[in-house]
Design a protein around this ligand. Structure first.
Ligand SMILES: [Zn+2]
Length: 258
């Protein structure tokens, strides 16, 4: 990913008029990648994309090439989007959160809503970022609620992360076994710690506005063993079979890997 466009950028002599076009090509490739559903295995590619953007910006500076204002703005916006993507993918790949854990019960896993009342303010899927206007895949759902509203565990599990996590602010990750994890972001308070067992509907924190957030809400996300984000609204209330589950992009409820 991104390498061919970079080669074009490199090959263009400093004063060539095609320089802007070469930048366009790099940015378009990255923009295209940012609207795909995030998968943990793409982390390396996004880290490389960040390096490419920084190195090429430096090359331009060294050659005293000033980018036109609108292009410079696009480059900055793409850098921020790549940062978001890297942060999101690091979260699912982080040590301690990707360790596979078998389910210790034969009772089917069912995810329940994390708030007593659900008001979806931003669904799962491609959207225009409310902060920087960049088109990106929103890898969870935003549930509108006032600050302090109780956030519950979606299903029984083990807390594998509870603390500050960059743009996610105060953040909790619960492992439910078989690689299924739920993620709760922008919390005001945390009532659980790493290693703690939680039951379905157990209070874990309070809705807040921490991290990269434009108002009090809960960002709720679900990931599977393959490191892919799943649409939480499709999964709620549905018994999940053992093994990785992946909602079909066409919209049929669930496709089982085994
Ligand atoms: Zn969100």
């Amino acid at each position: 990913m991104f390498v061919s466009a970079r080669a074009v950028l490199r090959a263009v002599p400093p004063t060539a008029s095609q320089h802007g076009e070469a930048w366009d090509e790099v940015l378009e490739q990255i923009d295209e990648a940012c609207v795909q559903r995030p998968v943990a295995t793409d982390l390396g590619a996004f880290v490389r994309a960040r390096v490419i953007l920084e190195v090429e910006l430096e090359n331009d500076q060294r050659r005293r090439l000033a980018l036109p204002d609108d292009l410079a703005k696009r480059v900055r916006r793409t850098l921020l989007a790549v940062d978001e993507e890297v942060g999101e993918l690091r979260m699912i790949a982080a040590p301690g959160t990707l360790r596979p854990s078998p389910r210790l019960t034969s009772v089917p896993l069912v995810l329940r809503q994390p708030l007593a009342s659900m008001m979806v303010s931003s669904p799962f899927g491609v959207r225009t970022d409310p902060i920087n206007g960049f088109k990106r895949f929103h890898a969870g759902v935003d549930l509108g609620a006032s600050e302090g509203v109780m956030v519950y565990a979606s299903a029984p599990g083990t807390v594998v992360y509870a603390g500050w996590q960059g743009g996610y602010g105060r953040h909790i990750v619960v492992d439910h076994g078989d690689g299924i994890r739920t993620h709760y972001s922008h919390l005001q308070d945390l009532f659980v710690r790493v290693g703690q067992l939680v039951d379905e509907r157990e209070p874990m924190g309070a809705v807040g506005n921490t991290g990269r957030s434009t108002g009090p809400h809960l960002h709720f996300a679900v990931t599977n063993a393959a490191g892919s984000f799943l649409d939480p609204l499709i999964l709620l209330g549905v018994p999940l079979p053992p093994g990785a589950v992946e909602p079909d992009p066409q919209g049929t409820p669930l496709a089982m890997s085994r």
